[in-house]
Design a protein around this ligand. Structure first.
Ligand code: NAD
Ligand code: MG
Length: 398
């Protein structure tokens, strides 16, 4: 029996993880669940999965959850605040930690699980984008087993030899191609994108996901973050990483080897497949996902991405090539710009403009240790919340 901690249990990846776990109660038990403020949903999940621990980041939500759990007679211990996240991520009894918090907030708890040497199922790509070198070094030092859950990276991982683990050197690989659905605005011209609404941006054609990653998919920033993620996981230089649009989202990514063989992983666009593969690897589990029927699947299409209409992909590639602290700058600026867009404070076209302004303002920012990375992240956010991200000159240096 393996004990599983689900960080970000109430989100899209968290809910899919609990769905897979519930199909295999003979093999997994839920040790801890965490959420930001949605105590109603976490309560429901606690009633179903009966974890030993539940963490709510918001203190008042934690109090409400605790009272409701007591009424229900459940012995689940409730922790509050961000410290609780790191505590459950590194519990001695934990075998597997699903890192499914969205954004930079996932960095510290994910790193806590890595430091504690767990099998870490990584959905939270922003953690790796912010401080990839430090993150991968910590994986090597702690002996943690890092398995990618992002569908593209999980696909790449499945195309590699079974004994391979992220962080190890790859041999015989010529290039890696990430597929991208292209999001809801594939084929649109730049002008037409200026006035799209958050509702339109969150209507993903093939995947059902949280709102932040849905907007990232619509701007193609998601694919840019994934390029950086792939670079760190598989140790591949930027010039060997490619992106191709594939609107059906059936081929999840491909690896080209030195002899020009290309191995791809195919499947339904359903996160339960990569989640189940990470939970059981190198064994296989029923994920509850329909079989893929090649006949009814029909034709598969591939096309080049449009970096003019979707500048976020180009900006991420620039940050990846620049290296140092620039991916962290890109990530922080993007998180603020997407939150502004979702809250109606900015337009869709403002996202790449704000990110580009931040990359210019913080040009040359060096990579640092954890403390420096968190300070840089905070500085970029403060700059975005001030004047800089909205088109005015930045006043102080990075
Ligand atoms: P989501 O918005 O649906 O859920 C996010 C979860 O994180 C929730 O449980 C929420 O309570 C928690 N959370 C939010 N802010 C927090 C904070 N400040 N502190 C602690 N917890 C917080 O997001 P999602 O779509 O499930 O995505 C989660 C992560 O997985 C993201 O990094 C995303 O890029 C990645 N990912 C998601 C998918 C997908 O299909 N949804 C696919 C690949 C990768
Ligand atoms: Mg992905």
């Amino acid at each position: 029996m393996q004990s599983v901690v689900v960080l970000g249990a109430t989100g899209s990846v968290g809910v899919n993880t609990l769905d897979v776990l519930a199909r295999h109660r003979d093999r997994f038990r839920v040790l801890a669940l965490t959420a930001h403020g949605n105590h109603e949903r976490l309560l429901e999940q606690c009633l179903t999965h009966r974890p030993d621990y539940a963490v709510m980041v918001q203190a008042d939500a934690a109090r409400k959850l605790e009272a409701r759990l007591q009424d229900a007679g459940l012995p689940t211990r409730v922790l509050a605040g961000t410290d609780g996240l790191a505590t459950v991520a590194s519990l001695e009894e934990a075998d597997i930690v699903m890192a499914a918090i969205v954004g930079a907030a996932g960095l510290l708890p994910t790193l806590a699980a890595v430091r504690a040497g767990k099998r870490v199922l990584l959905a939270n790509k922003e953690a790796l984008v912010m401080c990839g070198a430090l993150f991968m070094r910590t994986v090597q030092e702690s002996g943690a087993e890092l398995l990618p859950i992002d569908s593209e990276h999980n696909a790449i991982f499945q195309c590699l030899p079974t004994a391979y683990r992220p962080g190890q050197a790859l041999s015989g690989v010529r290039s890696i191609t990430l597929t991208a659905s292209g999001g809801p605005f594939r084929g649109w011209a730049a002008d037409a994108l200026e006035d799209v609404t958050p509702e339109q941006a969150c209507q993903h054609p093939t995947w059902s996901m949280g709102r932040k990653i849905s907007v990232d998919s619509a701007t193609l920033m998601n694919k840019g973050l994934e390029l950086i993620e792939a670079g760190w996981l598989f140790g591949v230089e930027p010039h060997r990483l490619r992106v191709v649009l594939h609107p059906e989202s059936i081929v999840h990514s491909m690896v080209e080897f030195e002899d020009s063989s290309v191995i791809a992983q195919l499947g339904q666009p359903d996160m339960r497949t990569p989640i189940a593969s990470g939970l059981a690897w190198p064994e296989r589990l029923d994920a509850g996902v329909d079989s893929l029927d090649p006949v009814s699947m029909g034709a598969l299409h591939f096309e080049a991405p449009d970096r003019e209409a979707f500048p976020c992909l180009r900006l991420a590639e620039t940050a990846m090539t620049a290296g140092g602290g620039m991916p962290a700058v890109l990530n922080a600026a993007n998180e603020v710009a997407v939150a502004d867009f979702l809250a109606g404070r900015a337009g869709f076209g403002d996202i790449p403009r704000a990110v580009e302004a931040a990359l210019e303002a913080f040009d040359g920012a060096p990579a640092g240790d954890l403390e420096n990375t968190l300070a840089l992240d905070a500085e970029v956010r403060a700059w975005m919340d001030g004047t800089g991200g909205r088109g005015t000159e930045r006043e102080t240096g990075p």
